[in-house]
Design a protein around this ligand. Structure first.
Ligand SMILES: Nc1ncnc2c1ncn2[C@@H]1O[C@H](COP(=O)(O)OP(=O)(O)OP(=O)(O)O)[C@@H](O)[C@H]1O
Length: 246
């Protein structure tokens, strides 16, 4: 990638991840060097099994590379202990998954504040209020997850990821479980966080329309980055994905 190292919120250098051995070996990542620029929204696409989730998990410190390095800012996370990695994830990263992963016994407000509560940090009230207003949760803050629709639960998960002002938000199929309208709302919130607050977002998706909200799309195939597309549109991403199918 062309971005200077100093503007990378996260990056990977010759990242390799291997599963199994002998005849059964799988090179989930086969030497990926990539940079995720600060204040930009990057989507990762590619056929099933191309290594998208593995790349995200290894750069986000949820899994370890077999070789190569992954950095969050200037921190080489490949060398961190399990405990330091957990602290880095807690203090510097936000996560949004397809399944919202809310705590069933906590209401929407408590769920949205959970990363701060766990870190012993006080919320910045004005910022919290702004995010809650943006994602349209004001009326629902006292509801338990079971009293919310899927789209509303994902709004809570988006608020939970953004409230601590993380260096990066990693999102894995954030709209995968939502209808198209709720999905569009979630993507609009994510886009707004980048445009209005300079949030850095990295998102894995199968959906060309979801990818069109990003500033740049990276295409993976067989564990390698094979293409990228700045300023994507749904149709152009769809066309590029079709070329993987031949
Ligand atoms: N724990 C594991 N053990 C063995 N092989 C694995 C494991 N996790 C992933 N793989 C393999 O690594 C490759 C990349 O998987 P990965 O989940 O990163 O792909 P993906 O592009 O995210 O796929 P999908 O779009 O289907 O979610 C695949 O061949 C997968 O089968």
């Amino acid at each position: 990638m062309s971005q200077a190292v100093s503007t990378a919120a996260a990056r990977a250098v010759d990242a390799r991840k291997t599963y199994g051995e002998g005849d059964a070996v799988v090179h989930a990542l086969a030497g990926v060097t990539v940079s995720f620029p600060v204040g930009r929204f990057t989507a990762i696409m590619g056929p099933s099994g191309s290594g998208k989730s593995t790349l995200m998990q290894c750069v986000a410190g949820l899994d370890r590379l077999t070789s190569g390095s992954a950095f969050i800012g200037d921190t080489d996370i490949s060398t961190l202990s399990k405990t330091d990695l957990a602290l880095l994830r807690r203090d510097r990263l936000g996560f949004i998954f397809q399944q919202y992963n809310l705590i069933p016994s906590l209401n929407a407000r408590e769920n949205a504040l959970l990363p701060l509560t766990l870190a012993g940090r006080e919320p910045e009230q004005a910022w919290f209020d702004e995010i809650i207003a943006t994602v349209g949760l004001g009326e629902r803050l006292k509801n338990l997850p079971s009293q919310l629709s899927g789209g509303q639960q994902q709004r809570v998960a988006v608020a939970r990821a953004l409230v601590p002002r993380p260096d990066i938000v990693f999102a894995d199929e954030p709209t995968g479980a939502l209808d198209s309208r709720s999905g569009a709302e979630i993507l609009t919130f994510m886009r707004r966080a980048v445009d209005d607050s300079g949030q850095t977002i990295v998102m894995v998706t199968h959906d060309p329309h979801a990818a069109s909200y990003a500033d740049n799309v990276l295409f993976l195939a067989d564990g390698q980055i094979v293409d990228e597309m700045p300023e994507p549109t749904t149709d152009r991403v769809l066309d590029r994905m079709k070329r993987f199918e031949v």
